[in-house]
Design a protein around this ligand. Structure first.
Ligand code: ATP
Ligand code: MG
Ligand code: MG
Ligand code: MG
Length: 490
């Protein structure tokens, strides 16, 4: 019931293009281009960073843009915005999601931005105004930032009752892209799913009753490398609304997994799974674990498909290592909790394309390649997974309800390639915890060893070069490639 997701997306884009003269631009790939401060694209504004900072090449097309809108594919699984740990535990945080965004680059500012957002939600989508709450930046004495009273007044003027206009601090209402980058005070729109009397107290409280749906950021500063704020020469508006959450609101669902963006995917999982169907249970009760596995697998397969389509493959460093962790978590939940046969994960790719293909036709084109890469990586991990699970079982029999030995957790990671956060999840299911202090010690010891090894390898290279020179001087026949020569001798 309710507006289908594809129409929700379309309505947003049409509104900004037809009613407010915004240019529609394509989503950037999730791999950030030329921005080492990011692992993945985490917000629609990433690709516009040079425009916001005023460093855009004046000859580029972007330099002409004043108003744009789009739907941007985002991944929040690392860096400042990391939601990986929340996935499966709630119905509103995904590792991959679509952000519906609108921008004014030095054109209109706060008042028009609020007015447009309010009009779209209440008039075009028809959301009852009395279910909406707005928040604004209440100031922060420590950093000398004052409250954004201007925005508060704008909302009051638009007819929002004072009891539903709420101030919050830096954490919720001062948006920053990462450790550095464009930032500023923001105002956010929240939806009350219940219609309760105490809803104001539930804004930004982390529950499912009241969810944040739209963030309107007033970009005024750049966060510099020394953590200071530099005032920008021109002010901009940068808004982002989670498509999945908005669809949840419009389809009357508190959990995004109950919307048409996910239900075909959950059905496809059920066809391959020996447990289920998906029942929507949340929380830590044993019977909620199957439902959580459904959510994790549905979330992770979307992320895997989109990332691989955009050229990020599971690998050994940076964003690729994050994707490898996501893949291994998905493989584990598929095989062990959902009891689905090998190959199941990759076989879900067409269902992902079916739910997202409207916006990302490349998912259809690339479906076979994506499935191959997932299968190949699943194969690498499956035998280790079995050995690791048996190791966990045996160890738990030995230690009972006491803490899980750090050395075993470390060996699961180092020798069998288990992501440490997956080990945590598997132990949590058994109601036990790892000896955290000892594990932290092992991790930092390992980091130190690696750093030393790396330092060691430099003199060795120097030695190779020196011995090559010696060979040359002595007139010994050799190849140009010193390293090749050494391997040849060995
Ligand atoms: P939250 O407080 O719920 O974690 P946020 O404040 O971190 O959200 P913003 O950075 O303000 O989110 O992003 C803008 C919008 O993108 C949010 O209002 C929300 O609708 C959506 N969004 C953010 N994170 C996620 C996520 N992990 N999954 C789905 N949608 C998200
Ligand atoms: Mg967040
Ligand atoms: Mg928030
Ligand atoms: Mg926010």
């Amino acid at each position: 019931s309710g507006l289908p997701a594809a129409q929700v997306r379309r309505t947003f884009l049409d509104f900004f293009r037809d009613q407010h003269q915004h240019l529609l631009v394509p989503s950037a790939p999730v791999r950030p281009r030329g921005d080492p401060s990011l692992l993945f694209v985490n917000a629609g504004m990433n690709q516009f960073k040079p425009v916001l900072l005023g460093t855009v090449d004046p000859r580029s097309q972007m330099a002409l843009w004043r108003r744009v809108a789009n739907s941007q594919r985002c991944v929040r699984a690392g860096g400042k915005h990391n939601d990986l740990e929340d996935v499966g535990r709630d119905g509103t945080h995904h590792t991959f999601f679509e952000m519906l965004g609108s921008w004014s680059f030095g054109d209109y500012f706060k008042e028009e931005a609020c007015r447009m957002a309010w009009s779209l939600l209440t008039e075009h989508y028809g959301i009852p105004a009395d279910r909406l709450y707005v928040s604004y930046f209440g100031g922060d004495a420590g950093s000398g930032l004052s409250a954004d009273r201007e925005t508060r007044d704008i909302w009051l003027h638009l007819g929002v009752p004072a009891s539903r206009v709420l101030p919050f601090g830096l954490k919720d209402n001062f948006w920053e892209m990462g450790d550095t980058g464009p930032c500023g005070p923001c105002t956010e729109i929240h939806y009350d799913h219940v219609g309760g009397r105490n809803a104001a107290a539930l804004v930004n409280a982390g529950g499912a009753e009241v969810v944040e749906i739209w963030n309107l950021v007033f970009i005024q500063y750049n966060r510099e490398a020394d953590h200071s704020l530099r005032l920008l020469p021109q002010f901009s508006v940068d808004t982002g609304m989670g498509l999945e959450r908005l669809v949840g609101v419009l389809q009357g669902k508190r959990s995004n997994y109950d919307t048409d963006l996910f239900t075909p995917l959950l059905d496809a999982i059920h066809q391959r799974s020996r447990v289920g169907p998906y029942g929507g249970r949340m929380g830590a009760a044993p019977d909620a674990q199957v439902d959580r596995a459904y959510r994790v697998v549905a979330d992770h397969i979307r992320t895997l498909a989109v990332c691989i389509a955009d050229g990020v493959h599971p690998g050994m460093s940076g964003s690729e290592l994050v994707l490898r962790r996501i893949l291994r978590r998905a493989v584990r939940f598929c095989a062990e909790v959902l009891q689905a046969p090998p190959g199941s994960l990759a076989s879900l790719v067409p269902a992902v394309a079916q739910t997202l293909g409207d916006a990302y036709p490349e998912l259809f084109r690339e479906a076979d390649r994506i499935a191959d890469i997932i299968n190949e990586n699943e194969g690498h991990f499956l035998s280790s997974l079995q050995r690791g699970s048996r190791l966990i079982q045996r160890t738990c029999l030995r230690t009972g309800s006491g803490p899980f030995p750090a050395a075993v957790a470390w060996s699961l990671h180092r020798d069998l390639g288990f992501p440490l956060d997956l080990v945590d999840l598997m132990l949590e299911e058994r109601g036990i915890q790892v000896d955290r202090q000892e594990l932290d010690r092992l991790v930092s010891h390992d980091q130190k060893m690696r750093a030393e090894q790396q330092a060691d390898s430099q003199p060795r290279l120097l030695l190779d070069v020196l011995s090559l020179a010696a060979l040359q001087r002595a007139g010994v026949p050799h190849t140009d490639d010193g390293l090749k020569y050494r391997y040849h001798l060995e």
